[in-house]
Design a protein around this ligand. Sequence first.
Ligand code: TRP
Length: 326
Amino acid sequence: MKKILTGLQPTGIITLGNYIGAIKQMIKYQDIYDSYLFIADLHSITIPQDPQELASNIKSLLALYLACGIDPKKNKIFIQSENEYHANISWLLECNTYYGELSRMTQFKDKSQKNANFTSGLLTYPVLMAADILTYDVDYVAVGLDQKQHVELARDIAIRFNKKFGDTFKIPEPLMTEEGTKIMDLVEPTKKMSKSSENQKGVIRLLDDPNTIRKKIMGATTDSDMEIKFDVVNKPGISNLINIYASLTNKKINEVEELFIGKNYGELKKNVADIVIEELSTIQKKYYDIINSDELNKILDNGIEFTRKIAKNKFELMKNKMGLHR
Ligand code: TRP
């Protein structure tokens, strides 16, 4: 069975866009791949975090993924910072990565320009990510488009290390999530629905209550036309609502269009709100069961035990190859 890995940063509450774009896809992958899923908490501290908030976000994110249908029997689930080998391996890789490569990464350039007081962790972030990936010899890395460049860097580092010290790492390939269905902001439907968006009205969070969800959807931006038709260029708002409806009911776009022939925008919005509320209530009920149980701890204990062994072996192998031994 081929292996797949993904890391999730525990910042912000995930959105309906994350659910439809990425999580639903991961739920499909877990049946066909040997899956590794971890909370990338070491990545999130490259920018300042409130310690209490961070700790609670870690648990909450895990509980949400489980509530959405990530199956702990089909995934190795763990917390990055509990596996001390990731940061150790990262150092060995850093010494095989060039400053120039890191300073050219798009995400680094963006984030370092936004805040002049950035940490050196922001620069070396992609090497830690390479360590996460290369440790497990995975075939695929599931990422959004914004992380593709980092996976490519991980490949370059692996190829370089293998050449210099002999075969050590499998060369992974990026597997894009969000390629199929990109859910857009409800207020500005030409922009992706993002967990860091400033205007909360355009973003549905997985833990929003039914009233809030309904208000946000009823207030979604549409157009002055009257036809319920999928046309991203001329009718981005309506197309987005159709997309949400289609994804959650597993229908095709044209089936949804047919369903709403002769109906008005208000009826479309009401139906979309009903479907979203129904889906999210089920997830929320599971979420509150999980967050208040001991199940999470058991899952994490199993995950860390399993992955620490693999990571220790990889770390020892690398050290031996590099001459770090007696
Ligand atoms: N950097 C990724 C993000 O912000 C999270 C991440 C960390 C990751 N390590 C990873 C993703 C390894 C895939 C594989 O989304």
